[in-house]
Ligand binder design. Structure first.
Ligand SMILES: [Zn+2]
Length: 63
């Protein structure tokens, strides 16, 4: 798994949309790659801020 592929999958990884085998490969890469780990943390914070500021997002999505 290359860094480019990992970064592209990070959003789906955080949303739990990857298959378990792909998620495991991404997870392994993130553990040993500082650059991708930074991207993961930034993406995680972005999602946290987004959902904190928009409590209705989940409801809208389901509806
Ligand atoms: Zn990487």
């Amino acid at each position: 798994m290359t860094c480019r592929e990992t970064v592209r999958l990070i959003c789906e990884y955080l949303e739990g949309r990857l298959s378990p085998s792909v998620a495991a490969v991404v997870s392994r890469h993130l553990e040993c790659c500082a650059n991708c780990h930074l991207v993961l943390e930034a993406a995680q914070q972005t999602l946290d801020v987004y959902f904190d500021d928009h409590p209705d997002v989940q409801k809208i999505r389901v509806a």
